[in-house]
Design a protein around this ligand. Sequence first.
Ligand code: LLP
Length: 399
Amino acid sequence: MDTTALARTYPTPFYAYDAAVLRARIGDLTEAFKAQNVSLHYAVKANDNPAIIAMAAKAGIGACLVSAGEMKRAMAGGMPPALMLMNGVGKSDADIRFALANGIGQLNVESIPELTVIADIAREMGVVAPIGLRINPEVAANTHSNIATGRRTDKFGLLAEDLPEAKRIIAARPELKWIALSCHIGSQVHDVNDLRRGYAVMADIFRAQEGLDRLDLGGGFGVSYRGDAYSRPADFAPVVAELTKDLQARGVRIQLEPGRYIAAEAGTLVTSVIHVKDSGGMRFIVVDAAMNDLIRPALYEAYHPIRLGRSSKAATMPCTIVGPVCESSDCFARDRGLPADIVRGDVLEIGFAGAYGFTMSGQYNARPRLAEVLIDGNEAKLIRRAFTAEDFDAATLAA
Ligand code: LLP
């Protein structure tokens, strides 16, 4: 991807996605699990641009959702509602209504009170809600604490000890059709053994139930932000096969919810250097992207690879790459080795930004949200225009 050339067409900062990489990662997943009774549900929270959702849909992948808004985007990307499932510890009544009205395949319930709410809404609508019970398997994944979700004290899912009560409620409510158990122990899990522990707990709980035909093992496949070794779908697939062989043999479908794995690597945040500022013994490279555009470094101290968009023979020196936002957490990387000849106007590429990049972006400092461009071979296509100051004003000035 020649981002310096692209930046002549699209004003920086913007997100660029490489279609070939998206197809390759989608292909890794479909290939790794093709011999098993596994359905894939792309967690669109990672990147909800319908053009990207459409690429997953084309490969037969469904959606893992958390809101009606995401469901609308997944439908716009061409995914059939029957292949969609919705998680969420606090789905609103409107989310539940929208999902049921549009024929969602599965609503994963995360608490006892939610069971009653869904049953009441389904009765009022005159429909039967297909539900999964999300279980917190009490397995601590080795990942950043903010994105671990399977510890006993995390807010997600029901504890196994809540199952008897959940089953009593389900038995009393004909508006609920219980079809699945689900879980998700965390995100950016790079050790296949963490997932193995979670999957094993879930498979055991599943075996103790009757009448269910789906076991949803969640998402969480990690990606290599630093270019080091990590477990890939081809490593996870045999573990899924081994732990659920008996279930698959009796027709149980295993569901997976990968998000980051599909979208992260394909995305680059393309940004321009505003200033090179030498101060206090530091070299600051001030760029036009900021924490509101990509919050992962500020929020999780996440590492993203950063490179200069042109070739340079200059020696590298430690640089701290910062955005224009008015707080010190607006920093993409500290003491990163970059060529010493970087100047104002150069383009920098912040890599592996395709997942949880745009979708987590905001408008802090009245900075409009960015454009997204899909690169397919020699073609570049604008798949979301940048927001404008007028977009803000249209929403606020009327008040
Ligand atoms: N399923 C459920 C129930 C989830 O909560 C998530 C992610 C996924 C699937 C997809 O997980 P993935 O395959 O992408 O790891 N903003 C954070 C990640 C938060 C993940 C939230 N849940 C980050 O930027 O690292």
